[in-house]
Design a binder for this molecule. Structure first.
Ligand SMILES: Nc1nc2c([nH]c(=O)n2[C@H]2C[C@H](O)[C@@H](COP(=O)(O)OP(=O)(O)OP(=O)(O)O)O2)c(=O)[nH]1
Length: 158
C-alpha cells in the first residue's frame, strides 16, 4: 500500500511581490519556497496552512484561497505527497525569521527558480496569474523530474 502524506504550502503576495522563505533545515533545505508542512492530526488542511505560516514566517494569514493541488512521488519511496497550495494577499504581522525559514520578498519577475524545487518553474506562472492548478510529478532524487502532468482547472478535485 502507498502511504499518503498531506501537506500545506502557503504563498503571501502583494501587488508585485511574493513572500518566500529560505528553508534552513530538512526537506528542501537551501531552497526558497512558500511556507507550510505536514497537516497534524485534528486540524484541517486550512488550519495547518495558517499554523505553518505563523510558525515559519511570523505572519497571520487571512482569507487563504486554495489554488493548487500537487502530488509528488519519489522513485523508491512508497509515500505519496499531497501538497495543498494556498494563496492570499491578506496578512497581518511582519515577516520574521524562524528556526525553519528565512523570509524575503521577491519581485514576481525575478524569482530564484535555480534555488527552488524543479517543478516550481512549471506551475508558478499559473499561481501568479491567479489560476487554479492540479499536477503530478514523479521525481528521481530531489532534482530530476522523470514525468509529470499539470493542468489549469476550474475547481480543485480531491
Ligand atoms: N514549492 C514546492 N514545495 C514543495 C514541493 N514538495 C514539497 O513537499 N513541498 C512543500 C510542502 C511543504 O510546505 C514543505 C515540506 O514540508 P516539511 O517536510 O518541511 O514539513 P514540516 O514543516 O511539517 O516538517 P518538520 O517540522 O517535520 O521538519 O515543502 C515542491 O516540489 N515544490
Amino acid at each position: 500500500m502507498v502511504a499518503k502524506k498531506v501537506l500545506s504550502l502557503v504563498f503571501v503576495r502583494d501587488a508585485s511581490r511574493i513572500l518566500l522563505g529560505l528553508k534552513k533545515r530538512g526537506f528542501g533545505q537551501g531552497w526558497w519556497n512558500g511556507f507550510g508542512g505536514k497537516v497534524e492530526p485534528g486540524e484541517t488542511i486550512h488550519e495547518g496552512a495558517l499554523r505553518e505560516l505563523k510558525e515559519e514566517a511570523g505572519v497571520t494569514g487571512h482569507e487563504l484561497q486554495e489554488v493548487g493541488l500537487l502530488k509528488f512521488e519519489f522513485v523508491g519511496d512508497p509515500v505519496l505527497l499531497e501538497v495543498h497550495v494556498f494563496s492570499t494577499t491578506k496578512y497581518t504581522g511582519q515577516p520574521s525569521e524562524s528556526e525553519e525559514m528565512k523570509p524575503r520578498w521577491f519581485d514576481v519577475d525575478d524569482l530564484p527558480f535555480s534555488q527552488m524545487w524543479a517543478d516550481d518553474s512549471l506551475w508558478f506562472p499559473l499561481l501568479l496569474k491567479g489560476s487554479k492548478f492540479s499536477g503530478y510529478f514523479l521525481f528521481k532524487g530531489h532534482h530530476e523530474i522523470l514525468k509529470y502532468t499539470l493542468d489549469e482547472v476550474e475547481r480543485l478535485e480531491y
